[in-house]
Design a protein around this ligand. Structure first.
Ligand SMILES: Cc1cc2nc3c(=O)[nH]c(=O)nc-3n(C[C@H](O)[C@H](O)[C@H](O)COP(=O)(O)OP(=O)(O)OC[C@H]3O[C@@H](n4cnc5c(N)ncnc54)[C@H](O)[C@@H]3O)c2cc1C
Length: 477
């Protein structure tokens, strides 16, 4: 692996090789900058590639295939017998998907002529004569210094643990659960955000008894309330034990598994035993040992405060991805915030990352895809809100797929017809939401979208019907 070139002053040094860091590195190289990418691990890809987006979605696709096989006879395909799950093979495929992308990143680093440095980076203080110095501790312990005119921090996050608990083979975070040697037969999930509901969905499909315990009054609490309600209804229909407004008491190991006590919504004490417990209660930014204290950088509960260009209070130091205050922790937010930072560094035009223009996708069954304001948020902001809702039961492609659950909900502004939010729960919701983001980015209106031709038969037609529903004119409902 190439090391730092002595005495080189890089245009930009990027700390962290996850989706935020590597996207910033490649775009900076495309702009012609001299780039160093510092990553403590020997592989690039970060949380997203090893213990986040990619492995979870690979396993969720296995679950989808498993589910299709269970229902094969409905589609006239017989002889599938009683399928069995070869968990080792499932894991092998997941690891192969990861390995392919690790190689892809190695290729791209070379293609873009990015200098890759393995080591743990820390800021040393403000720039001197416009040049920042970063200490890099190599895996063997040797410390070297790297100089750059700009620094982008992209160090990501780690799973939060409940007080007093330590992750092991039964008390799991996203890291341990992705490396299980067997699929658990029973699982308690603490936390009903995206990570919790995805693992709950996956292992339920594979046949596990799944219990979800959520402290807040609803599942996927950042979503529109109607989405939470529909997800809860459908999870219960799938036999998942959903407990909201529930407070975890103790998590103890038993001889064979774990015992979790909690107080349910009615205040009643409950006990649940399972093989494993997944703690999915959020993620903390990795900023405590970065040398931030030696700079003017301001933190908010560990998250880095930035301006619209992702620049911190320390001139020439930028922050992107999961460590940024006020933005959701998503890989595509990391990537886009990196592209914004390097555009600013090169003096180019850019559009700041807007929280209400970020697609949020949860790959549970049914899937959720949403962007923009929820109905409640739009009302809070003072809009005269007009809502349109179209159920997938009226969509012919959904019938073909045999997947009718869910709906598309459009939140619009009654005055100008601007589309303020789109909330989808149902088949391929995570793909369908792309249209909504483009429409909102271009400030599209309900009327414009009602005259935008959508191909037939597609799930996307459900959006056309939902735009129509805002005016009480859905064709298929
Ligand atoms: C189970 C799970 C599923 C997820 N699914 C999705 C999904 O489907 N879609 C989505 O958009 N998001 C998903 N996410 C979130 C996504 O993984 C993160 O938002 C994304 O990885 C953040 O990118 P990042 O570049 O900011 O940080 P990371 O990906 O965490 O990368 C940070 C990198 O910095 C390195 N590093 C840290 N400190 C230093 C240092 N001081 N010096 C050098 N290197 C350092 C780390 O080793 C790491 O490689 C998921 C997360 C989890 C846990």
């Amino acid at each position: 692996m190439p090391d730092t070139i002595p005495d080189t002053i890089y245009d930009v040094a990027i700390v962290g090789g996850g989706p935020g860091g590597y996207t910033a590195a490649f775009r900076a190289a495309e702009y012609g900058l001299k780039v160093a990418l510092i990553e403590k691990c020997d592989k690039l890809g970060g949380t997203c590639l090893y213990v986040g987006c990619i492995p979870t979605k690979a396993l969720l696709f296995n679950a989808e295939i498993w589910d299709h096989i269970q229902h094969a006879a409905e589609f006239g395909i017989e002889g599938t017998g009683t399928p069995t799950l070869n968990w080792a093979a499932v894991q092998t495929r997941k690891n192969a998907v990861i390995a392919k992308h690790t190689k892809g990143l190695d290729f791209l680093v070379k293609k873009h002529k990015v200098t890759r440095v393995q080591g743990y980076a820390r800021l040393t203080g403000p720039a001197v004569d416009g040049v920042h110095t970063v200490d890099v501790t190599a895996p063997g312990g040797d410390v070297s210094q790297l100089k750059a005119k700009n620094v982008i921090l992209a160090t990501g996050s780690e799973a939060k643990m409940l007080p007093g608990l330590v992750a092991d083979d039964r008390i799991l975070t996203n890291i341990e659960i992705l490396a299980l040697e067997q699929a658990p037969k029973s699982l308690v999930v603490i936390g009903a955000g995206a990570v919790g509901v995805e693992f709950g969905s996956m292992f339920r499909t594979f046949g596990a008894d799944v219990t979800i315990i959520e402290f807040l009054p609803r599942m996927v609490p950042v979503e529109d309330e109607e989405i939470s309600k529909e997800l809860t209804r459908l999870y219960k229909k799938r036999g998942i034990d959903v407990n909201t407004s529930a407070k975890v008491g103790t998590v103890e190991k038993t001889e064979t598994g774990v015992r979790v006590t909690f107080t349910d919504a009615s205040g009643k004490a409950q006990v649940k035993e399972a093989e494993k417990v997944l703690v999915a209660v959020g993620r903390s930014p990795l900023t405590s040992d970065l040398g931030v204290d030696k700079t003017k950088i301001e933190l908010d509960r560990g998250f880095v405060k930035v301006d619209g260009a992702q620049e911190t209070a320390e001139q020439g130091v930028f922050a992107i991805g999961d460590i940024v205050a006020g933005l959701p922790q998503l890989a595509h937010v990391g990537g886009m915030s990196g592209m914004v930072a390097v555009a600013k560094i090169t003096g180019r035009k850019f559009r700041p990352v807007r929280k209400d223009r970020i697609p949020s996708c949860t790959y549970c069954e049914p899937q959720i895809g949403s962007a923009g304001l929820t109905e409640a948020q739009a009302k809070e902001k003072g809009y005269d809100v007009k809502v349109g809702k179209f159920p997938f039961v009226g969509n012919s492609k959904a019938t073909i797929l045999g997947n009718h659950d869910g709906f598309v909900k459009i939140v619009s502004d009654a005055k100008y017809g601007e589309i303020l939010g789109v909330h989808i729960i149902g088949p391929q919701a995570t793909e369908l939401i792309a249209e909504a983001v483009a429409v909102m980015e271009l400030e599209g209106t309900v009327e414009e979208m009602m005259f935008t031709i959508h191909a037939h038969p597609t799930l996307a037609e459900s959006l056309l019907d939902a735009y129509g529903a805002v005016e009480g004119m859905a064709i298929n409902a």
